[in-house]
Write a new protein. Sequence first.
Length: 360
Amino acid sequence: MKTKTLFNLSALVLVITFTSCKKDDPKTPEPTPAGVTYDNGVFISNEGPYGSGTGTISFYSRSTSGVTNDIFETKNSYPLGNVVQSMEIFNGKGYIIVNNAGKVEIVDGSTFASNGAISGLINPRYFLGIDNSKGYISEWGTGGVNGAIKVIDLNTKAVTATINTGKGAEGMVKVGNNVYVTCSGGYDNDSVVTVIDATTNAVVTSINVGANPKNIKVDASGKIWVLCSGQYAPYPATNLLKTGELVRIDATTNTVDLTLPFASAYSQPLNLVINNAKTTLYYSYDGKVYSHLSTATVLNATATINRNFYGLGIDPSNDYFYASDAGNFSSNGKVIRYNTTGVAVDSFTVGVIPGNFCFK
């Protein structure tokens, strides 16, 4: 479950104007041979059927161009649970957020053998490693209308503190000693980024941004970019009461120094990612994907990719795009890779509702 706007996310994304993906994508990778460790590749978080069944993790190997599906249950003989929200690699371990199950499964980053779990969480979303002994987990809390950061002792796997944030704590980045947390509203609405001193776990300030901020990235100059998806009018209306915005924060003053509003009252901007050089951002909007130079002060009017996808990632090793197609949201989905010129390189089948990418 990506966000509370799940049913709007089927309209996500991405179109490359240079070369669109053809009806039949190029070669399909072969399965990864048994016994291969999971290094030099990409983990795909497959959410699984919402409310039932289990999510899974798939692995694409750069070395062999092979794909292995459901690697957690294959290795550990029990399912991850529902819903697999995201995964991060930190200090050689993988932290897999399982949203509805209220836990984080920890695995060896190479063998995927279980290394225990963090339990007692309520609607967890993402993991951020702080130092060798401490991590942060964002969560929506009870009913999906609260917001907090759970402080984790990485040695004991125990929750040691709770830091209250705005509603629906979501994405996180660390700049210097501060952690910036987008507060997406959860199943409600909010419009702040909560700033936390990672040394003391104290809230420094809250920065007002656009409605329902979700994704957050840091560019090469240390500026923080926040993609705010906007706020929908009450059902059955389909328009936005507040349109989306791309907002830039100066981390030295913790103030907004640039706000770029989107024009559409019907389309939410989503899926903010950044290239390896941290000079170009990409996001989904109005059924397309657009680029934005970190030095630009106006939104780009020309789309970069021209096909709808559910999720998007950029491989830091080569800046290839990884775009997920969730299909009918009940059977196995697909990932399509594009090179830097927008040519579809290959595609492969993964689990149900592929949503997030973790690059190793």
